[in-house]
Design a binder for this molecule. Structure first.
Ligand code: DGL
Length: 260
């Protein structure tokens, strides 16, 4: 059976929904299938080989579901497995994510930018290459922020404890003169309001997801008409909880299936 073509999107959890939201805005008629690997969250503290194995399993599933473009809506999984997946699935176009250091530095007036990311992203070779290429004579302050992944998943950003955590992460950047903060983990746009309140309105938050959606649109095969079809949602975690988060985070009412 040939399934209608879709855009496949995945992340360790809810983070990729910040990218999916942009894909839905830009391409409302293109069906999407989303996988949240919440049973294995967080990815950001795991070794590369493990993240590659999770990404591989999800990719195979997405292709079986009819994905003709796959968006790795996770900086951590992109850093660990984009090249690996491209080599393993040469017929499938992939869109990966990388910390938006270049546009942030280009827009910065102070020449200082902050980057919030997971440990795996910050320690990966992709990020080191980016810094070497764009930031040699600039100042980039990298803050590994694993607690923000948890806070975004729990949606607990309004508690005092979470606000203190956010403050501890971002105040040193701002004190050092950063005027842009790169959200280098797809979970963090869901905390943008709180981060902005704490950072102040003068600080620009940089989220690359609209550019990622544009790239997905460019990679959709030109000879394929999108066929109307319900968007599909899967999680390896708690389906009822994910259903609720879909509603709260991206205003989507949909059923959620368990991904094994
Ligand atoms: N959303 C993911 C990212 O963009 C990572 C969260 C995690 O550590 O699982 O990096």
């Amino acid at each position: 059976m040939v399934l209608p073509p879709k855009i496949g999107v995945f992340d360790s959890g809810i983070g990729g929904l910040s990218v999916l939201r942009e894909i839905h805005r830009l391409l409302p008629n293109h069906p999407t299938v989303y996988v949240a690997d919440q049973a294995n969250l967080p990815y950001g503290t795991r070794p590369v080989t493990e993240i590659q194995a999770f990404s591989d399993r999800i990719t195979r599933f997405l292709i079986d579901q009819g994905a003709v473009v796959i968006v790795i809506a996770c900086n951590t999984a992109s850093a660990a497995s984009l090249e690996y997946l491209r080599a393993k699935y040469p017929d499938t176009p992939f869109v990966g994510m990388e910390p938006a250091v270049k546009p942030a530095l280009e827009a910065s007036k102070t020449g200082v930018v902050g980057v919030l990311s997971t440990r795996a992203t910050a320690e990966g070779s992709l990020y080191k290459r980016l810094l070497k290429r764009y930031a040699e004579d600039k100042r980039v302050i990298t803050q590994v922020a694993p607690d923000l992944v948890r806070i975004a998943e729990e949606q607990s950003q309004r508690t005092l404890a979470s606000q203190n955590t956010i403050k501890n992460y971002i105040c040193p950047m701002i004190d050092a003169g950063a005027d842009h903060i790169v959200l280098a983990c797809t979970h963090f746009p869901f905390l943008a309001e709180t981060i902005q309140e704490i950072a102040g309105q003068a600080i620009h938050l940089v989220d690359p997801s609209p550019a990622v959606a544009r790239q997905a649109s460019r990679l959709w095969p030109a000879d394929l008409e999108p066929e109307p079809e319900l968007n599909a949602y899967y999680t390896s975690g708690d389906t009822a909880n994910f259903k609720q988060l879909l509603r709260v985070l991206i205003d989507v009412e949909a059923s959620v299936t368990h991904f094994l």
